[in-house]
Design a protein around this ligand. Structure first.
Ligand SMILES: NC(=O)C1=CN([C@@H]2O[C@H](COP(=O)(O)OP(=O)(O)OC[C@H]3O[C@@H](n4cnc5c(N)ncnc54)[C@H](OP(=O)(O)O)[C@@H]3O)[C@@H](O)[C@H]2O)C=CC1
Ligand SMILES: CC(C)CCC[C@@H](C)[C@H]1CC=C2C3=C(CC[C@@]21C)[C@@]1(C)CC[C@H](O)C(C)(C)[C@@H]1CC3
Length: 417
């Protein structure tokens, strides 16, 4: 049984690390937003000038942001074609989740399409990124505070394994409650997949529209970035149920890290390549574009293949698609796959994700480091995440996990790492 509450080992450098991250993450996000629109676009340089306070604060942005959250919450509450059950909780119960994320994406697309055909200036959204990012950050702070207070009244069985150290800064950052809910409305599940992910593709689209207005038509590079990232978001929502077995839902509490990550970091930094392209158009020839498409396709094939194989296996190990794979038995009764994608490396899904991350940056050329920020950040995130997951699996599976590591020695990249 893994140590819980105040006995759980501290992650992210403990309270000091958590405090530093709470300052550094928003600062990095604003740095990226400012540098992307600056002439030199230097990732490691200072932005040319800091924005005046009125460039950060706009009542219009606040209204737009609240409308967006309200709209996505309304889509979440619409009847779902399916209700899925989450993993078993400490008290042996299972929560139920609506599977209607893809429906929310389609409804958003229809609404935006209607708006644009009625004259809505979607491109103007690109002028509001700074104040929108500001209100999203404020929302994340306020929301995390409310979640922290709510968790003070939650029963012990509802608390996350980490995030209950007793240090308020650390617990605020990591999140105390595992699945905070208001009635049947699950805050973490909603934030993980809806406002931020759909917001990201909407911002990308606005950047494409703005580029078309400035240049007469969108560039090939902008099309590729939009297409690849739409595929990624569409895929996440199409396979929404799979998010229920990710570390974020099953292990991490809902605190500042995920609230800020989901609501602010994802839409405003994951759209960095498209932001860069609007201010720094890049020529891209068809043959190079075809090679980049191939890189994205290979990454997607590995990512989807690995994630689907594990989900199918976890749902039903006798499913004919996975029944022939080799496995190791563990003391918990669960099995570990040792052939197929999960016999190649211990995190094949991370490998596919990283290859896609490379494909998203390549359309921006090689003249600047800035569009490669996502690849660099994501490598660090996944290496750290992999180490966290190894710890959790070691605690869960003990000797069987050692045996798996012996049989599958590489973590993410075959023969390298
Ligand atoms: N774009 C982004 O910003 C981010 C994307 N991601 C993506 O999210 C996806 C999910 O990632 P994440 O939640 O970290 O982890 P995984 O989906 O890789 O899940 C890890 C879990 O899978 C199970 N598992 C591990 N090895 C095996 C095996 N051999 N056989 C069967 N089950 C196994 C274990 O859980 P158990 O045994 O309990 O089932 C383990 O804890 C990934 O594709 C990742 O790339 C993640 C973070 C950020
Ligand atoms: C701000 C910090 C640096 C850390 C925040 C991390 C978060 C941004 C990410 C943690 C796990 C995530 C996942 C996705 C998006 C980013 C965050 C929230 C995901 C929804 C992206 C789409 C994928 O298909 C997925 C597998 C559903 C992802 C799940 C994890």
């Amino acid at each position: 049984m893994a140590p819980q509450g105040s006995r759980a080992p501290l992650e992210f450098g403990g309270p000091l690390g958590a405090a530093a991250l709470m300052l550094l993450l928003p600062a990095t996000m604003f740095h990226l937003l400012l540098v992307a629109r600056s002439g030199p676009a230097r990732l490691l340089g200072l932005p040319p000038h800091l924005p005046a306070p009125e460039a950060l604060w706009s009542p219009g942005a606040l209204l737009l942001w609240l409308t967006w959250l309200g709209l996505q919450a309304a889509f979440y509450l619409l009847p779902a074609h399916k209700m899925a059950e989450g993993q078993e909780l400490k008290d042996k119960s299972r929560l139920r989740y609506p599977i209607n994320g893809f429906q929310a994406l389609v409804l958003t697309a229809l609404l935006v399409g209607l708006g644009v055909s009625a004259g809505l200036p979607l491109g103007m959204l690109t002028e509001m990124l700074l104040p929108l990012a500001w209100v999203a950050t404020l929302t994340a702070f306020i929301f995390s505070l409310l979640l922290y207070l709510k968790a003070l009244m939650a029963p012990a069985s509802a608390l996350a394994p980490g995030g209950n150290s007793g240090n308020p800064v650390y617990d605020f950052f990591l999140g105390r409650e595992l699945n905070p809910r208001f009635g049947s409305f699950d805050c973490k599940y909603f934030c993980e997949l809806r406002p931020g992910l759909i917001g990201w593709v909407l911002i990308n689209l606005a950047l494409l529209v703005q580029e078309a207005e400035l240049l007469g038509s969108p560039s090939l590079a902008m099309w590729l970035v939009n297409g690849f990232q739409l595929l990624y978001v569409g895929d996440a929502l199409w396979h929404e149920e799979a998010v229920l077995t990710t570390m974020d839902i099953t292990h991490d509490g809902f605190g500042f890290m995920l609230a800020f990550g989901d609501l602010a970091w994802v839409p405003f930094t994951y759209s960095l390549q498209a932001q860069f392209l609007l201010y720094h158009p890049q020529p891209l020839e068809l043959p190079t574009a075809s090679v980049i498409c191939l890189v994205n396709a290979v990454g997607y094939y590995i990512f989807r293949g690995a994630n689907s194989q594990k989900n199918t296996f976890r749902k039903n190990p006798s499913d004919p698609r996975v029944a022939g794979l080799e496995t190791i038995s563990t003391a918990t009764g669960k099995q570990l796959l040792v052939s197929g994608w999960w016999g190649m490396v211990r995190h094949p899904n991370y490998l596919g994700d990283l290859i896609m991350a490379l494909a998203w940056s390549l359309p921006c050329g090689v003249s600047h480091l800035l569009p490669y920020f996502y690849l660099l950040y994501f490598t660090a995130l996944l290496v750290h995440r992999e180490a966290r997951d190894e710890q959790q699996c070691l605690q869960k599976y003990g000797l069987a996990w050692h045996e798996y590591c012996r049989r599958v020695p590489y973590r993410i990249v075959p023969y390298i790492y």
